[in-house]
Each structure stands twice: as C-alpha cells, then as structure tokens.
Design a protein around this ligand. Structure first.
Ligand code: AMP
Length: 182
C-alpha cells in the first residue's frame, strides 16, 4: 500500500521548514501546519489506516511527543489501543526504560510495564513524525520488545535519508517512511 506522488506532494507541501531551529544549522520540519490542514491530515491518516488494517495489530505505540498525535488518531481509526512511549520521568506507574546516546550525554525513553497487556508477543506498530539519526526510535523499538511485545514495524511520515537512522533501525524491525528527504 503506497501513496500516489500527488498525495505525497500534498503532505510534504503542508509541512513547514523552520531554519536554524532549535539551533543553527538544523532545518526543523514543523508538522503543526500539516495538522492544521484538513486535506493533508486526512490523506495521511486514511493512508495509514488503509496500510495497517491488514497487519493484525494489537497496539499503536507513539513516540513522545508528536508520535502521540498521529498514533492516537490511527489507533482510534483501527479500533485498537494506544500506548505512549515517553521521555524519562513522565509516566506515573511502574515503567521499563531504555537509555540511548545523544551527541553529548544520553537520554532515556520509558513505557508502562503493563502497557501491552493484551497478550504475550502483542503486535505493535511504532510511530513518530520523523526519523533523523534513529537513536530515539531504536531505543523505543528495543523498549517495546523488552516488555515482551513485538514491534512489527516502525512508521515515520518523514525520513532524513542523508542520515543513517533508517538503516540502523532496519536491523531490529521493519521500517516504513512515507516521504524520504535527501
Ligand atoms: P533521532 O533520534 O535523531 O532520529 O531524532 C528523532 C526525534 O527528533 C523525533 O522525535 C523527531 O520528531 C525529532 N527531530 C529530529 N530532527 C528533526 C527535524 N529536523 N525536524 C523535526 N523534528 C526532528
């Protein structure tokens, strides 16, 4: 299930580039303008629902924070549960966590211990707005597997193809990126 080039262009055109945010040299892909565009948002969500209807998923896991928006909408469309994967210290119940390296230092993602309680090996689709270096998604996919669930695919609206994030993530799960950016 792929999107037409015309529909991809509508989605891409709805995303705003902000130069030098949050620091000099970074072009930030601002998806608030996609959320604000009913035509682009509905093309995107209908495509995701059509693709994942046949995957026999038990849960959608969204990565903090923009993955929550797309993930929760998709879970509702598919009639399955949504699970937030959060940055350290935000979840109130017992958590499982996974550390990952940043340029300087490290960060940590967490999920509730019982989040994928439906069954052992629950089929999980992970989603975020964008994959850059892949550090966050790699840790999040490992985290899903650590709880006893199975991350069957990781989905991104945008992928920065000039970084090696997708290649790295492909070693541990399937990766679906709707639009690659050179
Ligand atoms: P990474 O771990 O390097 O793959 O970074 C992925 C996370 O950082 C995702 O949650 C993205 O939303 C965010 N991110 C990284 N680079 C950008 C960018 N250029 N524009 C928007 N978000 C970004």
């Amino acid at each position: 299930m792929t999107l037409s080039n015309e529909d991809k262009a509508i989605i891409l055109d709805s995303i705003r580039d902000i130069e030098d945010f949050p620091k000099p040299g970074i072009v930030f892909k601002d998806i608030t303008t996609l959320l604000n565009n009913p035509e682009a948002f509905s093309i995107l969500m209908n495509h995701l629902a059509a693709r994942y209807r046949s995957y026999d998923l038990d849960y959608i896991a969204g990565i903090d924070a923009r993955g929550f928006i797309f993930g929760a909408a998709l879970a509702q469309m598919l009639g399955i549960g949504f699970v937030p994967i959060r940055k350290k210290g935000k979840l109130p119940y017992t958590t499982v966590s996974e550390k990952y390296s940043l340029e300087y230092g490290f960060d940590e993602v967490e999920v509730h211990l019982d989040a994928f309680h439906e069954r052992e090996g629950a089929r999980v689709l992970m989603i975020d707005d964008l994959i850059a270096t892949g550090g966050t998604a790699y840790a999040a996919a490992n985290l899903v597997d650590k709880t006893g669930a199975n991350c069957v695919e990781a989905c991104f609206i945008l992928g920065l193809d000039f970084l090696d994030g997708q290649k790295k993530l492909q070693k541990i799960t399937n990766v679906y990126t709707i639009i690659g950016i050179d």
